[in-house]
Ligand binder design. Structure first.
Ligand code: CMC
Length: 389
């Protein structure tokens, strides 16, 4: 009982048993419920992947139709949530707004605290996946000072999100199909990533048996941090600072001399390649076909070319990660940098909920309560303020 292993950041500690997502960092493998990410990104849709993550198996046609119908018809949020969001300052960060609004949802569905009832759990899962794009889009519109746009239930998940973001006065907004598909692919790639910091936060808070809105709010808080969800924004800033292809060698030298890091390179788990980066690069080409090429792409391609051949990066097994190209796509889709993390939180909700569901159904799971190595004083006598001052 007295034994504690010091493992800051839990680099060597397995906190749970999970059958949701498998990663082999050396081989560059990522699978959801056993299905390779490459196949899902090419052939599936985000809602089908969300079903797979939550239920463990791919849906039959009837199961999919019911699921898509349920998600679609829960996209609206209570008017008081809207009023709540309108109370934020004009310059509120959309991720902060999302965090607070998802937390507020728990008060609109008090029955969500009954997590032992399977139907009740399912209802909250549907609500959360359905309402995240609405809340994310409204946070964006708020920052822009534009009126909020209500969901259009004739549209698919990603198309509906784009419409709520960008619809102006025209009665029907329709985004280019290739852009909708690119966003779906990005959503699929970001849906889960086993025990990352935000999922660990969801599991840790969820282990107290709190409602899923509160547990997911903890995940959003973890994702808000720059070390987790913010790297793609840093990549864009870096590319802009480099400014031209000619300046790339000089920048690389600076990185090798320890001046700064090459953002969007390296990963704690992937030491060979990040399978998501390969898929994103292809999505980049599809998006730029519609939007025109982002001039920063040339700099990114040159950086990648040089880095992949340079001994410094090869020796340390540093390869492009998911964030290297995703920011370029988001920018081409007209998203400002502060929306990038919101675009991560929306699809990750299905992964968080799949892991939450697994947690609350696991008889072995206990309340998360790590040990510590105490480094402070031992017993000493208290001296009252009157005698100390
Ligand atoms: N540029 C230059 N050198 C690097 C980089 C980089 N991007 N990443 C690692 N290194 C070097 C580091 O200096 C160290 O060198 P040395 O052995 O000489 O001291 C060595 O490689 C090992 O680095 P580390 O920090 O111990 O590796 P880590 O596994 O703890 O860090 C990382 C992983 C992702 C935090 C890191 O690679 C990094 O900071 N990358 C840039 C930021 C970034 O792109 N983050 C997004 C990660 S993907 C997000 C997701 O999956 O959700």
């Amino acid at each position: 009982p007295g034994l504690a292993v010091y493992d800051p950041g839990f680099v060597n500690t397995a906190s749970c048993r999970s059958s949701v997502t498998f990663i082999d960092g050396d081989k560059g493998i990522l699978e959801y419920r056993g299905y390779p990410i490459e196949q899902l990104a090419e052939k599936s849709s985000y809602l089908e992947v969300a079903y797979l993550l939550i239920h463990g198996e791919l849906p039959t046609k009837d199961q999919y139709d019911t699921w898509a119908h349920e998600i679609t018809y829960h996209t609206f949020v209570h008017e008081n949530v809207r009023n709540f969001m309108e109370g934020f300052r004009y310059d509120a960060h959309p991720m902060g707004m999302l965090l607070a609004s998802v937390g507020a949802l728990s008060t609109f569905y008090p029955e969500s605290r009954n997590i032992s009832d399977a139907d009740n759990r399912h209802m909250q899962i549907v609500r959360l996946i359905a309402k995240m794009p609405t809340l994310g889009a409204w946070a964006f519109r708020h920052a822009q000072g534009k009126p909020y746009v209500y969901p259009d239930n004739d549209l698919g998940y990603a198309a509906n999100f784009l419409a709520m973001l960008f619809k102006m006065s025209e009665p029907k907004f329709s985004a280019d199909e290739r852009l909708v598909r690119a966003l779906e692919v990005l959503f699929i790639l970001h849906a889960d990533h086993e025990q990352n910091a935000s999922t660990n936060a969801v599991r840790s808070v969820g282990s107290t048996q709190v409602d899923p809105y509160s547990a997911v709010t903890a995940g959003i808080g973890a994702l808000y941090g720059p070390l987790h969800g913010g790297a793609n924004e840093a990549v864009l800033r870096m590319l802009r600072r480099i400014g031209s292809v000619e300046k790339v060698p000089e920048f690389i030298e600076g990185v090798k001399n320890g001046k700064e890091r090459l953002m969007g390179f390296g990963h704690r788990v992937y030491k060979n390649h990040d399978p998501r980066a390969t898929i994103i690069k292809k999505a980049c080409d599809d998006v730029f076909e519609v939007t025109g090429v982002n001039p920063l792409l040339k700099i990114a391609v040159e950086l990648e070319k040089i880095a992949l051949e340079d001994e410094y990066f090869v020796k340390r097994r540093l390869y492009p990660n998911v964030d290297f190209y995703s920011g370029l796509i988001y920018e081409a889709l007209q998203f400002p940098p502060e929306m990038f993390t919101v675009l991560f939180a929306i699809p990750r909700t299905s992964g968080w909920l799949a892991q939450w569901l697994e947690l609350v159904q696991d008889p072995e799971q206990k309340i998360a309560r790590p040990k510590q190595i105490y480094t402070g004083h031992r017993t000493r006598d208290f001296v009252p303020a009157a005698e100390r001052w």
